[in-house]
Design a protein around this ligand. Sequence first.
Ligand SMILES: CC(C)=CCC/C(C)=C/CC/C(C)=C/CC/C(C)=C/[C@@H]1[C@@H](COP(=O)(O)OP(=O)(O)O)[C@]1(C)CC/C=C(\C)CC/C=C(\C)CCC=C(C)C
Length: 602
Amino acid sequence: MYDYAFVHLKFTIPLAVLLTAIAYPVLNRIHVIQTGCLIFIAFTAALPWDAYLIEQKVWSYPPEAIVGPRLLGIPFEELFFFVIQTYITALVYILFNKPVLHALHLNNQRNPPAWMRVAKITGQLLLVALSVWGWKAAQVNQETTYLGLILVWACPFLLAIWTLAGRFILSLPWFATVLPVFLPTFYLWAVDELALHRGTWSIGSGTKLEFCLFGKLDIEEATFFLVTNMLIVSGMAVFDQYLAVIYAFPTLFPKVNRYPTPLMLVQSRLVNTAKYDLERIEGLREAVERLRLKSRSFYLANSLFSGRLRIDLILLYSFCRLADDLVDDAKSRLEVLSWTAKLNHFLDLHYGDSDATEDPKQKAKRIDAYIKEAFPPFAYQALHLLPTQILPPKPLYELIQGFEMDSQFTFHGNSDSTDLKYPIADDKDLKTYAIRVAGTVGELCIALIIHHCLPDMSDSQKRRLESASCRMGIALQYVNIARDILVDARIGRVYLPTTWLKEEGLTHKIVLDNPEGPEVIERMRRRLLDNAFELYREARPEMQRIPSEARGPMIGAVENYMEIGRVLREKKEGTVFVRKEGRATVPKQRRLRTLLRALYEQ
Ligand SMILES: CC(C)=CCC/C(C)=C/CC/C(C)=C/CC/C(C)=C/[C@@H]1[C@@H](COP(=O)(O)OP(=O)(O)O)[C@]1(C)CC/C=C(\C)CC/C=C(\C)CCC=C(C)C
């Protein structure tokens, strides 16, 4: 009785609910629209086809297996199958594609590698051949009818999608395409096999090849689930390709509000690929690589963001990291000052009073020429792609000032007599330093979030968020210092204020010589962490005011970093923590747990 409804109750609905719960924290309105459109297309495309199959008696349903109501002869349970299968596969696709930055996969659009051209054309020819064969096979009532009907229905759609987005699909990582096709397919094969076994539905003999893949699963049924999942996954990828164009190229789409409009999607389809700025894509790839190599916490967090905000955060990270590295790797104080002067001049070129009549293209050329002349080639993209049109200048200048403060350490050596020259003399200096190198980063991050997610926010709201994000930046920097006492000492730096050292009867030299040694250092680490967590507690509630699409990911990024502080605090209670190159690190699983908790609890 009602077997078909039970198939849904037992197998498809629970899976859909489980996937929804897993994907919920990363789902945004775009995903909902994307999935909704696909369900609508799948439903309308399958309706006449399915009705024809039932009329031709290819498929039949024992009356006792279904509840009763039908549309065009199709039982309601079957109609529901179109919806739920599309929903399940779309969610699997969304989950596996979350870490993928689709913009990076637009690079093969203009000059694709030879293998990709061959694969695309081969795919097109194959799909044409299968459509023709399917058409012929479906004409006559014979063993190939059902397979023919599947192919003649699905292959033209697949051909259209492959023509629109074949190269993009081919350049995506396999886990983002192959897994979302095959995981739901294997599951549905198992469900189908069960239903065929129980007689919930049956396929008319004489219209199938009588070849089973396994058990009672006819090859036609197996093909049906495979091609429909291919349609769903490639349909999602087409959307993502056009969204990627909108997000990646601000020159083509200067203003993207919170969500791109359907018109923008059409326009993005119509953009000639010759207009794609592939140099920007290469620069973006370099920025992602820098992020991957240099920061595990922010790399993990970046995949939770979406749209142009994600791209701009990555570009901001790349600039900050590059500037920090230029200063850190300098061989003399003079070299540091030369880098900071060049960075300041770079900012002046963007933000300084320039000739209002100058053509923006001319100005961009002038800045580019300066970058090429003053900085090494590896710095070009990080500077060239910094989204200065969105970022406020003040925090950027202050950040450079912070790096200048840093430079005072490196070249003072380990001498006891130089105590007074250490730049962090007291609490005030410590705070100034943290504001400059990290409070500013918080303000810059929040500026990007406001620009992309809530441009109409009131000034007072903006100021509140800016102040909280600055405090949160300071908190993160204190954790950073507490973590790196050993690493910093190795390069002649002590960020613990001189006044703190004096209170404990220490000198910089003692810390430099034995950064792990005396218990007093541990006490100071705790003091630093206490300050960090106090600021964190003040600023954290303000994060609830961040617009929803950035809130969870930002909380995830911050919590991941603060977790380093928690790990360090646990040390005092005797917990062992893992160290990499002298730094305390949060084990991978714990980092992942923290991120998930932040997302679910946001
Ligand atoms: C997801 C994503 C890609 C985020 C990017 C965030 C970003 C732009 C980070 C820049 C990091 C950076 C290289 C800055 C240069 C100065 C510096 C070294 C600062 C320290 C960062 C630690 O990075 P790391 O551990 O890799 O550095 P070292 O190996 O020690 O050199 C800092 C501790 C600063 C980080 C500060 C922030 C990310 C700001 C935090 C505040 C917010 C996110 C706003 C919160 C909002 C409210 C409303 C409270």
